[in-house]
Design a protein around this ligand. Structure first.
Ligand code: SAM
Ligand code: SF4
Length: 330
């Protein structure tokens, strides 16, 4: 009998975001530093441990999984994990967040593993600006990866774009036109203060309200009540299949309907992206290789410390949260 996870504020938790690596082939300026130090391999959950955790979460009523990172597709043997995930009956939805750099080779595998949705990060359509933002990324590879995913029959692809004032905010219209052309949705994400990076986030912050106002000068955007189960608020483009979403942690608090927890690549169960409360699951997984109940018990008990809301604040010079998004899993 499945005992659903209910937190102290009576929110039902049925969505797990699992980071399977903190490593990445990009170094996006809003996400990490150029000289990023990654975890030693023995401090990262094995893929077998990650799979075991997913099964434990499904035994507690989790039905939706997002595989993220770091860049999940750089993890060795990633195809094995997706194949195993596709066998878990209780999982109704498996989605992936990727920077798209390895999609050309992996899109067929993801299709075979019945991955329901892929979110692809795309912050620029200008190769020079793309390189400036990602530091190491090659725009062409990502564009080819998007085409391969379309070719494989993924019909519900979504672009994720972090807009930064003076860096790529002037590309918002082009990015929406690109999404229309590819029949994809696109979400704009406000930059969040996670980890210490090389620029001052307050200087590059642009609110989604401002982005929306700008887009409304060019597009006929109709408000909708559509939800993909996440915090994005969607607008429908008139006469197009494309929806434009806005994830606005600063301007619109989305915590009331929070239905998720995150597990980092180190096996830390984070109860809120913007708060420090966490439970270490790796020691339990290793101490009890054949018994799930101690891990189930720890997860159930964690519901009593899940915070009510995040506390993002761009006014303070230090980030609200010292860990990077690539550590917690975006
Ligand atoms: N590497 C993959 C990617 O880029 O899609 C998955 C991991 S990445 C951490 C997940 C998402 O988090 C991406 O869409 C990225 O743009 C976003 N992200 C990373 N750092 C962020 C920050 N400080 N504020 C807002 N979004 C951020
Ligand atoms: Fe890598 Fe994704 Fe972070 Fe960019 S946003 S550095 S692609 S983890």
């Amino acid at each position: 009998m499945i005992q659903p996870l209910i937190d102290q504020f009576q929110r039902k938790i049925n969505y797990l975001r699992l980071s399977i690596t903190d490593r990445c082939d990009f170094r996006c300026v809003y996400c990490m530093n150029e000289d990023m130090t990654f975890l030693p391999r023995d401090e990262v959950l094995s893929l077998e441990e990650s799979l075991r955790l997913v099964k434990i979460f499904t035994s507690l009523g989790v039905t939706k999984l997002r595989v993220t990172g770091g860049e999940p597709l750089v993890r060795k043997n990633i195809g094995w994990l997706f194949k195993e995930l596709s066998q878990i009956e209780a999982l109704k939805e498996v989605v992936l967040t990727t920077n798209g750099s390895q999609l050309v080779q992996h899109a067929p595998m993801l299709k075979n593993a019945h991955v329901n949705r892929i979110n692809i990060s795309l912050d620029s359509l200008d190769p020079v600006n793309f390189k400036k933002i990602t530091r190491t990324g090659d725009l062409n590879k990502v564009l080819l990866g998007i085409d391969e995913a379309i070719q494989q029959g993924f019909s519900n692809l979504k672009l994720n774009t972090v807009l930064m004032k003076g860096i790529n905010d002037h590309e918002a219209i082009d990015l929406v036109n690109f999404a229309i052309d590819k029949k994809m949705d696109i979400s704009f994400i406000e930059e969040m203060p996670l980890g210490n990076i090389d620029h001052t986030r307050k200087d590059t912050f642009i609110s989604n309200d401002e982005v929306l106002k700008n887009l409304q000068n060019y597009f006929n955007l109709i408000p909708t009540t559509f939800t993909s189960g996440g915090p994005a608020k969607y607008w429908q483009l008139a006469n197009q299949s494309t929806k434009v979403g806005f994830i606005s942690p600063h301007s619109h608090n989305f915590c009331d309907t929070c239905n998720r927890v995150r597990v980092s690549s180190k096996g830390e169960l984070f109860l809120c992206l913007g708060q420090e409360e966490k439970i270490e699951l790796m020691p339990l997984l290793r101490q009890y290789p054949n018994e799930d109940w101690p891990i189930q018990k720890a997860i159930i008990e964690s519901m009593m410390v899940k915070p009510e809301a995040h506390d993002f604040n761009l006014e303070i010079t230090q980030p609200a949260v010292v860990r990077f998004m690539s550590h917690t899993g975006g």
